[in-house]
Write a protein that binds this ligand. Structure first.
Ligand SMILES: NC(=O)c1ccc[n+]([C@@H]2O[C@H](COP(=O)([O-])OP(=O)(O)OC[C@H]3O[C@@H](n4cnc5c(N)ncnc54)[C@H](OP(=O)(O)O)[C@@H]3O)[C@@H](O)[C@H]2O)c1
Length: 257
């Protein structure tokens, strides 16, 4: 299915956030609303999305945010929903894939069901949504794609084999999208958060450099505004990532996180 390109460039900029009902996604919705975007907010929890829309629209004093209940594992539903959103907003300039799932696993656990669930949300859902964004943006010759990855994708840790693999896979996919689409005037931003104070972080026993979701959303907005390719949030995780990537394997495999 192809999505019609809106010629209404005079309409306000439009953005989709997939995984917007809580945490970082909700903070991004609030940040983008302040920049004047029309927003399509997507997640499973329709009530949480409706409450967020009410709050954003109340602050803006006009309807700027709309809710779309959707489970990203239903990849067949993505193309028609994407078309509906484009029709409703009239224009799309930015698609953010933020939906994520990190299930706790012990150091001796190998659970294929859990692993498939994480791959379905973190990687396959991202591919389904961002392929739609890529098709639209390459046809219209403008737009930005943003994927929320993780510091966990920088190295294969003992603590989170498949969560890390899903984010490493997302990094590779986003890099390929960037290399394809840059010549069509489309920017692709990969976001690598360290630790953000959300529901997801509650499953993480060891915490460091934790920042509030609003601060991460601000870092991401500044990176989008500058059309950057990769951003770590907070910035100090860039150095952690650099160090992690250079620790020799013989040492890295002895670490227990
Ligand atoms: N928090 C951190 O420290 C941290 C660090 C590195 C990377 N990240 C990444 O940042 C992103 C946001 O995480 P967060 O910390 O804000 O987590 P969160 O509070 O748990 O929020 C996760 C979001 O993803 C959505 N989601 C999950 N499964 C979904 C599904 N099947 N279909 C549709 N939406 C789904 C949730 O909405 P519903 O439940 O309503 O569907 C929710 O809006 C994730 O990609 C995560 O991997 C977070």
């Amino acid at each position: 299915m192809t999505t019609p390109i809106s010629s209404a460039l005079e309409a306000p900029r439009g953005a989709v956030i997939v995984g917007a009902s809580a945490g970082l996604g909700a903070a991004l919705a609030q940040r983008l609303a302040r920049e004047g975007y029309q927003l399509a907010l997507v997640a499973r929890r329709g009530e949480a999305l409706a409450a967020l829309c009410e709050q954003i629209n109340g602050t803006a004093g006009r309807p700027v945010a709309r809710a779309y209940a959707h489970d990203v594992t239903d990849t067949a539903a993505v193309a028609p929903l994407f078309a509906d959103i484009l029709r409703d907003l009239g224009r799309l300039d930015l698609v953010i894939y933020n939906a994520g799932l990190m299930l706790p696993v012990t150091l001796t656990e190998f659970d294929t069901e859990k692993d498939h669930a994480m791959l379905a949300v973190n990687l396959l859902g991202a591919v389904a949504w961002l392929n739609q964004a890529a098709l639209l943006f390459q046809r219209q010759g403008r737009g930005q794609i943003c994927g929320i990855s993780s510091i966990a994708g920088d190295r294969g840790r003992v603590g989170a084999p498949v969560y890390g693999a899903s984010k490493a896979g997302l990094n590779g996919y986003l890099e390929s999208l960037r290399n394809r689409l840059t010549r069509q005037g489309v920017n692709v931003l990969t976001v690598r958060p360290g630790m953000v104070d959300t529901e997801m972080l509650k499953a993480t026993p060891r915490r460091m450099f934790v920042i509030p979701p609003a601060q991460a959303a601000e870092d991401i907005w500044q990176a989008l505004r500058r059309r950057k390719q990769v951003v770590y949030t907070s910035a100090r995780w860039r150095l952690v990532g650099l160090a992690l990537r250079h620790v020799p394997s013989v040492i890295f495999r002895r670490l227990s996180f």
